[in-house]
Structure formats: structure tokens, C-alpha cells
Design a protein around this ligand. Structure first.
Ligand code: IPM
Ligand code: MG
Length: 359
């Protein structure tokens, strides 16, 4: 019997539509091989939605997402929307989607492909074998805390305010996700905070420490975020699973991504307690190369693999995609961002064709 899944596609802006096209082709091929049918529905999000409807996350898009088994997002944003008031910015749509679907746990793996070790800006011996999972809290912290805004003071100055806040419930639920992920990996969890300065971090550290007694196999450590940033580029192999808040996770996951050579290779998953989860590449919309068939579709394709594994519980299909990516890299196929001497430069579409061939 074939299994049918409703998938919402949010191609968004910039290179988004190109990499989504490639990914849909790959999913259809793997679906054929694994007896899976995907019903895709495209919805508007980000700048593309602003141009059509005036808002970055139309209600209808949120509804379509809620009624699907999984959501596959490409990327949002671009220069032409940067001047808009915050409420109408593409980024605000993304935050609304995360909050609207209650996707509090963001999984960002940074695993280096052996074929791409030399694409990293760090030395081979530092990055070879890096395999880190950053678990970032996604619907709380300073991104969402109240009060926020730009206010006039009594002396006529302007004062910009954001609030970094976490409740014990918010900390516990993300910590549990992280402990469970660490359990399936190398059983080392590093919690990152700024408890030497921030009260919110003190509570974070206390709760994570208390929860650890329920996971006796896990070796828990704590780092301040500044030290964690330094350790990530100094000796990244000391890390297995990292758990941290929204802002620190935003910053550290970009740093971790670059260890692997190109942010163009990294997928991510954002999950809540139920369905649907959201899967998207870590990279942005790359407006500078949009429409030129130069984009690397592999992070988007690997996001589809994460969707199959974590969102739809179809590990066999996920593995097929991951193996196909491995194979095209082995064959020496590269997009511009991961190109090195002696390799074959492909465009976005051609990379898609190579993946289909590999499958
Ligand atoms: C990310 C991005 C977003 C974030 C932006 C685009 C709102 O940087 O997903 O890491 O800050 O979370
Ligand atoms: Mg970011």
C-alpha cells in the first residue's frame, strides 16, 4: 500500500523557488522507489507573500501548513523588503510561522562531509570528523519576550527594548528534547548560557542541571556563550550535542555551520509537540545569485531527508536521499559555493539531475 503525505511547500524568496524545484523532483523519485505519494501544495511566505498580499505570513498560509503532515520551507528575505516596517518584514513572517506552529525546538546538525573538508576555512585536522547537533530554543527568549519596542523616555530620548525571558516550562521542554537527542548520539550534552551575568541564564542552568538526574547516561557540561563561540572554532570536535536559547543558538549555529565548509550544505528541523514540523536549510535566500541557476540545492534536499526521518518517520527514504547526496559529492560534482580544484562545477538544476541519477 502506498502511504500518502500532505506536504506544504514554502518556496519564499531569492534562490528559494529554484532549490524547492530540485527538491520536489528528488522527493518524487524517492517516493516512487519507496511507495510514498506526496501531495504538494505551495503557499506564499516572506517577500513573495508581501508582494501578493501585503503581509509576510498570510493566514491562509498558516492554515495550509497546519493541515499538512510536514512543511518544507526554502528561504525568505531580500533587499527590496528591508526598508519595510518590522511588522511587514519577511523575517517577521518566519517568526510568526515558528510561533504559530509552536515549533519550539530547532535542530541544526553541523556534520562535515569528508569530501568537503578542504572547503572549510579551518585546518583539516581541526574540522575533520566534526559532527555537532545544535538544539536551539525557537519560540522564546529575547526574540519574543515582552516588553519590546522603541519607546520615548521622559527626557525625550528614544529607548529600544527587548526582553530576554524564559519560564521554567520553556526551559524544561527544550532541555528534554536535547537530552533525548544526546541519548541517541554520543551522550554528551553541552548547555550554553550567560549565567555569570544574566538571571534568565541562571534559571536556564538550574533547570537543565536538575533535569540531568533523569538522564544518568548523559554527560552534561555548561559553557558561557562567549567561551562556547571560541571553543567552536578552536576545538569543535569536543562538542556532540549543544542546547541553548534562541539568540545564542542563532549565532552559534551559523558558526557551527561554517565549520563544515559551506552553510549551503546544512539542513534543519523545527519541531513542536505535534504535527506538523518545519524543515528548512540553514542558509538564507541569497538574493545575489537568485535566478541564475547557481544555488546549491543540497541543504534543501537534505532538509527533505530530515523531513522524512523526523517528521514522517520514513527513515529508509531519508537514507536514500542522504546516500544520493554522498554519491554526487563522491563523483566530484560541486556547486560554486563548495567548488575546489579538479571538481566538476554544476548548476542548481544539473545538481538535481545528478541526484536523480544517483537515486
Ligand atoms: C535563522 C535566521 C532567522 C533567525 C532570521 C531570518 C529571522 O537567522 O533562522 O537563523 O534569526 O532565527
Ligand atoms: Mg540565523
Amino acid at each position: 500500500m502506498t502511504q500518502t503525505y500532505q506536504i506544504t511547500l514554502l518556496p519564499g524568496d531569492g534562490i528559494g523557488p529554484e532549490i524547492i524545484d530540485v527538491t520536489v523532483k528528488v522527493l518524487k523519485e524517492v517516493g516512487k522507489q519507496c511507495n510514498l505519494t506526496f501531495n504538494f501544495s505551495k503557499a506564499l511566505m516572506g517577500g513573495a507573500a508581501i508582494d501578493e498580499t501585503g503581509e509576510p505570513l498570510p493566514q491562509q498560509t498558516l492554515e495550509t501548513c497546519r493541515n499538512s503532515d510536514a512543511v518544507l520551507l526554502a528561504a525568505i528575505g531580500g533587499y527590496q523588503w528591508d526598508h519595510l516596517p518590522r511588522k511587514q518584514r519577511p523575517e517577521t513572517g518566519l517568526l510568526g510561522l515558528r510561533a504559530g506552529l509552536e515549533l519550539f525546538a530547532n535542530l541544526r546538525p553541523a556534520k562535515i562531509f569528508p569530501q568537503l573538508v578542504d572547503a572549510s576555512t579551518l585546518k583539516r585536522e581541526i574540522v575533520e570528523g566534526v559532527d555537532i547537533m545544535v538544539v536551539r530554543e525557537l519560540t522564546g527568549g529575547v526574540y519574543f519576550g515582552q516588553p519590546k519596542g522603541i519607546f520615548a523616555t521622559e527626557t525625550g530620548e528614544q529607548r529600544g527594548v527587548n526582553t530576554m525571558a524564559y519560564t521554567d516550562r520553556e526551559i524544561d521542554r527544550i532541555a528534554k528534547v536535547a537530552f533525548e537527542i544526546a541519548q541517541k548520539r554520543n551522550k554528551q550534552l553541552c548547555s550554553v548560557d550567560k549565567a555569570n551575568v544574566l538571571e534568565v541564564s541562571q534559571l536556564w542552568r538550574d533547570r537543565v542541571t536538575a533535569l540531568c538526574s533523569s538522564y544518568p547516561e548523559i554527560e552534561l557540561s555548561h559553557l558561557y556563550v562567549d567561551n562556547a563561540a571560541m571553543q567552536l572554532v578552536r576545538a569543535p570536535k569536543q562538542f556532540d550535542t549543544i542546547v541553548t536559547g534562541n539568540l545564542f543558538g542563532d549565532i552559534l549555529s551559523d558558526a557551527a555551520a561554517m565549520l563544515t565548509g559551506s552553510i549551503g550544505m546544512l539542513p534543519s528541523a523545527s519541531m513542536g509537540d505535534g504535527k506538523p514540523a518545519l524543515f528548512e536549510p540553514v542558509h538564507g535566500s541569497a538574493p545575489d545569485i537568485a535566478g541564475e541557476d547557481k544555488a546549491n540545492p543540497l541543504a534543501q534536499v537534505l532538509s527533505a531527508a530530515m523531513m522524512l526521518r523526523y517528521g514522517l518517520d520514513e527513515p529508509t527514504a531519508a537514507e536514500k536521499i542522504e546516500q544520493a547526496v554522498f554519491q554526487v559529492l563522491d563523483q566530484g560534482y560541486r556547486t560554486g559555493d563548495i567548488m575546489s580544484e579538479g571538481m566538476t562545477l554544476l548548476g542548481c538544476q544539473q545538481m538535481g539531475d545528478a541526484l536523480i541519477e544517483a537515486l
